[in-house]
Unconditional design. Structure first.
Length: 124
């Protein structure tokens, strides 16, 4: 099963839909690598929506965007990312909002630590 996406590009008056590969585990059992992969795939999907010829394996850094986990109207939660390019929403997922928020925050914090170490302690 694939993960459903809604993608809104800045300057467009309509949304498009897309999919990314599903994770083999149920959302409550996602690892940090699973969460990182979902976020990365979401960012690549919005990039491809704007630039269809974009490299599918282009390197992605998990920074420079806002994110939130929100309850979905019919149950579960969605992950929403917003960046200057637009926004992408994935889900819904059967997991508690706070549990998924904690998982994403842990992944984002780990990415920031890697970037700080690579930059010698300073990220501009």
């Amino acid at each position: 099963m694939e993960i459903q996406l809604d993608i809104w590009l800045r300057g467009d008056n309509h949304a498009t839909t897309g999919v990314i590969p599903a994770v083999d585990r149920e959302p409550r059992a996602w690892t940090d690598a699973d969460v990182s992969g979902i976020l990365t795939d979401m960012l690549r999907a919005i990039e491809r929506a704007k630039h269809p010829a974009a490299d599918h394996d282009r390197p992605v850094a998990l920074r420079g965007f806002s994110w939130i986990v929100n309850p979905f109207e019919t149950g579960g939660v969605v992950i929403a990312l917003e960046l200057s390019l637009g926004a992408v929403v994935a889900g819904p997922f059967d997991i508690a909002e706070q549990v998924l928020t904690t998982k994403i925050q842990r992944v984002m914090d780990a990415e920031r630590t890697v970037l700080l170490n690579q930059a010698g302690g300073t990220v501009h």
